[in-house]
Write a protein that binds this ligand. Structure first.
Ligand code: NDP
Ligand code: MG
Length: 350
């Protein structure tokens, strides 16, 4: 069955006439949604805890900012853009008690609805607009007159207007300039977790890290190893985006192609690991492990962040990148894009 894809002509922004949209959080996604919707003519209020370092930043950008409960109380649509592990607690404390009757609840990832950490009452429409790109790209593309594609879903539709609101939201975000693909909370959550664990992050990151270590352990120069296992990756991924695996292969030498077919380290054992991880996503055990650790103050997560930020390629990476003149703009951009959240530059995958 072909996917359903919506574009600009399929949505009507008048859905938001006389309505208010609360954006909770002003991080990677939050700032992009608030600014894009505002610039599309939507009446936006940003909900933040008063201690948030982003309060002044959002105000400087001309946005109205209120404590979470107050922002929710006046909103017809509430988009929750807090880190997934904190959403349930904020929902119980500040969202649920203040939600107007019939106000719509929105998410950029299905995690909390799918695994039942948030259970909205039946009179609230519940929908998802999940950008397939990091927040600063969602903002940058909108400002450039383009858009980042989204996947969209409706979980609860008590009045029959949930899809109209969903598509209008996606349009105001600029996403329908690129397109919105119809999905479900279950499909988005399970495939998103699978992709980030096995391919986009857990897969690629481990391949890069291990490849660098095998080469430098064998005595090759770190600069050369970095080139071969990390730097060139982006160019191949660009080709893949343009024309799939075939274009990436077509552009490489026959030697590279033959080695790709015959000498890969990815084998059937890896497929079995992927299937095992998919089961743990589907049966909720990955989600439970993550949330239990977070609820306990994230001891395992913090130890892993510390351990992984010190893997060998990361300890020499900054020095190597600084030597590459053509890389300077990208490095500066990464620093800038992350400085407003006060985070260390980290690649955020949706
Ligand atoms: P961030 O970590 O970038 O943003 C966090 C924001 O939430 C900050 O403004 C922070 O403010 C606020 N916040 C954190 N804890 C609380 C709290 N207890 N009460 C009130 N505010 C709080 O989040 P992301 O933008 O990365 O993720 C948001 C959602 O978007 C998630 O569901 C994620 O899965 C989804 N998503 C993310 C993508 C991405 O590229 N990052 C892509 C697609 C979807 P403070 O200053 O107070 O800490
Ligand atoms: Mg994700």
């Amino acid at each position: 069955m072909a996917a359903t894809i919506w574009y600009e002509k399929d949505a009507d922004l008048s859905v938001f006439d006389g309505k208010k949209v609360a954006i909770l959080g002003y991080g990677s996604q939050g700032h992009a949604h608030a600014l894009n919707l505002r610039d599309s003519g939507v009446d936006v209020v940003v909900g933040l805890r008063p201690t948030s370092k982003s309060v002044e930043f959002a105000k400087e950008q001309g946005l109205e900012v209120k404590p979470v409960g107050e922002a929710v109380a006046e909103a017809d649509v509430v988009m929750i853009l807090l880190p997934d592990q904190y959403q349930a607690a904020v929902y119980k404390k500040d969202v649920e008690p203040n939600l107007k009757p019939g106000a719509a609840l929105a998410f950029a990832h299905g995690f909390n609805i799918h695994y039942g950490y948030i259970k909205p009452s039946e009179d609230h429409p519940v929908f998802m607009v999940a950008p397939k790109g990091p927040g600063h790209i969602v903002r940058r593309e909108y400002a450039a007159g383009r858009g980042v594609p989204v996947v969209v879903a409706v979980e609860q539709d008590p009045r029959g207007d949930a899809w109209d609101i969903t598509l209008a939201y996606a349009k105001a975000l600029g996403a329908l300039r690129a397109g919105a693909i119809k999905t479900t909370f279950t499909e988005e959550t399970e495939t998103d977790l699978f992709g980030e664990q096995n391919v986009l992050m857990g897969g690629v990151n481990k391949l890069v890290e291990m490849g660098f270590e095998v080469l430098t352990d064998a005595g090759y120069q770190p600069e050369i190893a970095y080139f071969e296992v990390c730097h060139e990756l982006k160019m191949l991924v660009d080709l893949m985006n343009e024309g799939g695996l075939n274009k990436a292969r077509w552009s490489c030498s026959d030697t590279a192609q033959y080695g790709d077919y015959t000498n890969t380290c990815i084998d059937e054992h890896v497929r079995e690991r992927m299937q095992y991880h998919l089961k743990r996503i589907q049966d909720g055990s990955f989600a439970k492990e993550f949330i239990d650790d977070q609820d306990a103050g994230a001891p395992k997560f913090k130890a892993l962040q510390e351990e992984y930020s010190n893997v060998r390629i990361e300890t020499v990476g900054p020095k190597l990148r600084a030597m590459f003149s053509w890389n300077k703009d990208a490095v500066k951009d990464a620093d800038e894009a992350n400085s407003f959240t006060g985070k260390i530059a980290r690649a955020q995958v949706q």
